[in-house]
Design a protein around this ligand. Structure first.
Ligand SMILES: Cc1cc2nc3c(=O)[nH]c(=O)nc-3n(C[C@H](O)[C@H](O)[C@H](O)COP(=O)(O)O)c2cc1C
Length: 197
């Protein structure tokens, strides 16, 4: 049975609509092996020239890195993400050396590729019974400094990962938002032939 009330316009694997981004988490620990299995799924994403520009930094709760990572989030995100089990920073490398070349050149599709990798991560977590929640709300400059991310790499987002908790742990405003969201109809997003959207 589908875990969400979402309905697809066309037949798809239910995993795509079962994945959603809650804010109520149980604050339970996650093993490194489990977390690495989600990053393993990300590793198998496609990328231009197989350049694999994605990079991931992570902290698991109850470890020395946890508070450092939590402090990178804007307060609104920190308020609920502190109940998550892991935080991942999604980064990409902006240059790459083509196969057989030694010189680096701009990796023009590094953002496209890394978005795909995060999608794999989120789906694998969902398949494994966990939830993810992507967050743009974090201090990019602080994260770069704090986590020693060198030039030539872009920080995109942080991801909270956890087991679904009871929404009573959230304030009223967030409780009201704790439902899987709908989508625009596919007819507004895709057209055959010329652009008519
Ligand atoms: C790149 C990115 C940044 C996001 N930033 C935030 C954020 O800072 N805070 C938040 O609560 N949700 C954030 N979200 C969650 C989105 O609002 C959510 O994915 C979207 O509404 C679709 O809902 P669903 O993931 O439950 O399907 C972000 C999602 C993505 C992919």
């Amino acid at each position: 049975m589908s875990a969400t009330p979402r309905i697809a316009d066309y037949a798809i694997n239910e995993q795509f609509i079962n994945r959603w981004s809650p804010r109520a988490f149980t604050a339970e620990p996650i093993s490194e092996e489990t977390l690495l299995s989600f990053l393993e799924a990300a590793r198998w994403a496609p990328s231009a020239n197989n350049s694999q520009p994605w990079r991931f930094l992570y902290a698991r709760r109850d470890t020395p890195n946890w508070e450092r990572y939590l402090n990178l989030l804007v307060p609104a995100n920190r308020s609920w993400a502190q109940q998550a089990s892991a935080l991942v920073v999604v980064i990409s490398k902006t240059t790459y050396a083509a196969p057989g070349a030694t010189e680096e050149r701009p990796a023009l599709w590094h953002t496209f590729d890394t978005g795909s990798a995060w999608g794999h991560l989120a789906l694998q977590a969902s398949i494994s019974g966990w939830h993810t929640h992507g967050m743009a709300g974090f201090d990019q400059e602080l994260a770069r400094q704090e986590l020693k991310v060198p030039e030539g790499y872009v920080l995109h987002a942080m991801v909270a990962i956890g087991k679904l908790g009871d929404k009573s742990s959230l304030n009223e405003a967030l409780q009201a938002r704790e439902v899987p969201s709908p989508r625009k109809p596919l007819s507004e997003l895709a057209a055959e032939g010329d652009f008519s959207l």
